[in-house]
Design a protein around this ligand. Sequence first.
Ligand code: PGA
Length: 250
Amino acid sequence: MSAPVPLIAGNWKMHGLGPALSEARAIAAGAPAAGVRLALCPPSTLVERMSAALAGSAVSVGGQDCHPEVAGAFTGDVSAEMLAEAGARMVILGHSERRATYAESDEIVASKVRAALRAELEPIVCVGETLADREGGRTLDVVTWQVRNSLPQDLSGRAFTVAYEPVWAIGTGLTPSLADIEEVHRAIRDTLRDQFGPAGAEPAILYGGSVKPANAAEILAVPEVGGALVGGASLKAGDFLGIVAGTPGL
Ligand code: PGA
């Protein structure tokens, strides 16, 4: 079974007004022709404009969340179908900021994953332990539990990606040791094989949390690391492309 093509995805979080599209255009202009998949996930308000700006480029556009339902009385929410209509091809789900701030459980995340599949969006499902989990020796239990319960069986045969993002590494400049990253990624791979059989070898498992140009190459070279989910460093084309350049084989 072939190794998945690495994916480097940028999560712009709640950053970005119209002028920021110039960064997205610069990323598209500097994107390698092959050997890596690139995606940018801007705020919902920019999905349609970014999709237009990047049409025909090697960079896909994604959302940062979606509601489980197609439509309804859910003030402030956006459905997977709305993201797809606006040009999104992917959607980040279960990011720790949403799990923490909006009390998103694994069950809610799984319902959003089903919504993404319904709208033919590729889900990027985030999992990761808190500092208390890590210090308490619970990392592998927490992460594999989240994988089992956030990834519904409906994903069998569908394209999806998992992102391992230790909560304590997000936006802090801290990263786990390379050995710790490898240990968690191997545990996620084993869990995926258990859940999905041989097809569990296919999905890329991204690492996320303080990925920068300076540490990208060594992280991306860790066995079972199939790319990166990048927050802060995805806002500037130079930084993002510096991370992309660290993809093994490029
Ligand atoms: P960071 O965020 O790269 O700014 O640490 C990563 C993320 O939250 O996806």
